[in-house]
Design a protein around this ligand. Structure first.
Ligand code: FDA
Length: 585
């Protein structure tokens, strides 16, 4: 039977993973179709924290400016506040999301981009608009039903919800970006580790002018240690800013064994009143929904011509804000590989490196996000608030910390330490930027024979740039005439890039000789790019005549620290590297 519709890549889902896969593929000129279940994009704020690595991806895909224009800027994300309610007593704050002066400097040094808060209902339209403008064919109200694959492609049956009938789409590759209940991942039989439904949570979206409780301590997250706040949920009650300071989202837990409560407007209002603590403020409930905290990750991200990305492969709570970030980065990793396989440049073996590179990241972030929930308990413990849970007892414990006694001083210290420890959730720069791909498991990374020196400091808290193969290219500001640009701006755009300096002529010729388009960048005095501050010389870890081969996703694939011994040497080394990366070795 002839399929009804034909394309190169069919993407199921228009969330962060599917929308960014479509955007990247369309940017690279790969024909693609997105089918998505509903008649609209996300209608609630959902994921929001957008980290520097994601902003780098969006910068390369040409939508950084659109996101910055709509997002809440970094300086309004700065205080994660712990309190008994917004109107109630404050227990302490953590400087967050790059707003600690030292961490802020680290953010400025690490990337040309800034973190921001971009709620999902604003992010999806930016990604989808740009994707459609560049060629993506988007089909709303279209549900994925099943697929069959053969040696040449995948035939997918979808249901058109408007007409109420089914039809087939034939694609060379299928991407399941269909979220935490992914049917594509299930049908592809992707092996999963961990478990679903660890705890119950409720999201309540509401409008209220809360500026009198928030504008003086601007933040994305206000954590509320109210009685009942340790039941289910994500560590405590949470009042999250959607738009400063009148659109909000509350996360409140429920006992997953008892099932979700009836989400009436009255119930939602009662939770809002408890966490806001001021009954005089007018509140309009927009929506309520129940969800579960999951701790699940796929061990393999693909099966034949079917690949999954985003929550389809990693399911975890919002702690650390890793959901849409990781989803967008998955898609960015996969898109250039599909492009090179589809245009015949690379062997399909290149696609094996998608699982090799992204599955360890998925597992790591699922573990990190769940660990962060547990790390809120010491804040309650410091107030002896885990066991009694009656409002009177918890309140008495909170008041007791103000006494002039040795016990109260100890309690104050415990509370300060417990809150400060939450830096692993709210200011973990290393979690955001230290993702490294291993040459041992991924053929798209060429080992350079040097031993891995490891991390100098806590790899979750501190970013450590390196040009070792498998790390993302270090950012420094360089110049081209009167223009200042990031080293990251010289790479990407769907191409490989060879970076060298004075004495690297052999590398440039070797790059030209490949059956692969490789852009070339020469950094040095009198060259196309100059390094006026000497930052590149300090961070590049290669001599002027050495070379880095950077992948389209900004990761270093190959490094040769010194000038090649001669033209033949450079060509042989680079050809071997390219063959390995493209799966021709
Ligand atoms: P996502 O779930 O965003 O997208 C899946 C897409 O697939 C959707 O477009 C859906 O319509 C489509 N789809 C599913 N099945 C389909 C089918 N059979 N056929 C066609 N289309 C199909 N994270 C966070 O950090 N903070 C938060 O507060 C929240 N809150 C939150 C609330 C709710 C209600 C949800 C569902 C999720 C969150 N999250 C969150 C999680 C966050 O939204 C999530 O990590 C990212 O959106 C993951 O992006 P994906 O693109 O992988 O999936």
């Amino acid at each position: 039977v002839e399929p009804d519709v034909v394309t190169d890549v069919l993407i199921v889902g228009s969330g962060p993973a599917g929308a960014s896969a479509a955007l990247a593929l369309s940017t690279y000129g790969v024909p693609n179709i997105v089918v998505t279940r509903y008649a609209s994009l996300a209608d609630t704020p959902r994921a929001h924290i957008t980290n520097q690595r994601t902003m780098e991806v969006l910068r390369d895909l040409g939508v950084e400016r659109e996101v910055v224009a709509q997002a809440t800027p970094q300086h309004l994300m700065g205080n994660t506040t712990f309190c008994t309610s917004l109107a109630g007593e404050e227990l302490g704050r953590v400087r967050s999301w790059g707003n600690d002066p030292l961490v802020q400097a680290a953010h400025e040094l690490a990337s040309p981009t800034r973190m921001c808060d971009m709620p999902q209902h604003l992010m999806e339209p930016v990604l989808v608009d740009a994707a459609v403008a560049r060629g993506t064919n988007l089909r709303f109200s279209t549900v994925y039903k099943s697929f069959v694959q053969d040696a040449d492609g995948v035939t997918v049956t979808v249901e058109d919800r408007l007409r109420g009938d089914e039809y087939t789409i034939r694609a060379k590759y299928l991407i399941g970006a269909d979220g935490g209940r992914s049917k594509v991942a299930e049908d592809a039989g992707l092996p999963m580790g961990g478990q679903m439904g660890v705890a119950g949570s409720i999201n309540i979206v509401f409008d209220a002018d809360l500026s009198k409780y928030t504008a003086h301590r601007p933040s994305t997250l206000y954590w509320v240690l109210a009685p009942g706040a340790t039941v289910g949920g994500i560590g405590a009650g949470l009042v999250r800013c959607v738009r400063p300071w009148n659109e909000w989202l509350i996360v409140w837990g429920y006992d997953v064994t008892a099932g979700a409560p009836d989400l009436t407007t009255e119930y939602a209002e009662s939770v809002v009143r408890k966490l806001v603590g001021d009954d005089e403020i007018p509140v309009t409930i927009r929506s309520s929904s129940a969800w579960t905290v999951n701790e699940m990750y796929a061990e393999t991200y693909g099966n034949g011509r079917v690949f999954c990305a985003g929550d389809a492969t990693h399911r975890h709570p919002p702690s650390n804000g890793l959901g849409s970030n990781t989803s967008i980065q998955d898609a960015y990793n996969l898109a250039w590989k599909l492009k090179l396989v589809l245009d015949g440049t690379a062997s399909p073996k290149l696609l094996d490196t998608y699982t090799a590179e992204r599955a360890p990241v998925g597992k790591q972030i699922v573990t990190r996000a769940n660990k962060s929930i547990g790390e809120t308990a010491p804040v309650f413990e410091a107030l002896d608030g885990l066991s009694p849970q009656t409002p009177e007892q918890l309140w008495a414990n909170i008041v007791a910390r103000k006494e002039d006694t040795e016990a109260a001083e100890k309690q104050r210290a415990r509370l300060r330490e417990a809150i400060a420890f939450k830096v692993y959730e709210f200011n973990a720069h290393g979690v955001d930027l230290n993702q490294r791909y291993s040459a041992e498991s991924s053929a798209a990374i060429v080992p350079d024979g040097t031993p891995d020196p490891g991390f100098d400091r806590d790899p979750e808290l501190y970013h450590q740039p390196t040009s070792r193969p498998g790390a993302k290219l270090p950012h420094v500001w360089i110049t081209a005439g009167t223009r200042t640009l990031s080293t990251l701006d010289t790479v990407g755009q769907g191409r490989f890039t060879l970076i060298t300096g004075i004495g690297g002529t052999h590398w440039l010729r070797a790059a030209d000789a490949q059956d692969l388009e490789i852009a070339t960048v020469v950094i040095g005095p009198g060259q196309e790019y100059e390094d006026p501050y000497g930052d590149w010389a300090r961070l590049s870890e290669v001599a002027d005549g050495g070379a880095l081969l950077v992948r389209p996703d900004g990761y270093v694939a190959f490094r040769h620290a010194t000038a090649a011994a001669g033209g033949e040497d450079a060509e042989r080394l680079l050809t071997e590297a390219v063959r390995r990366i493209l799966g021709h070795a």
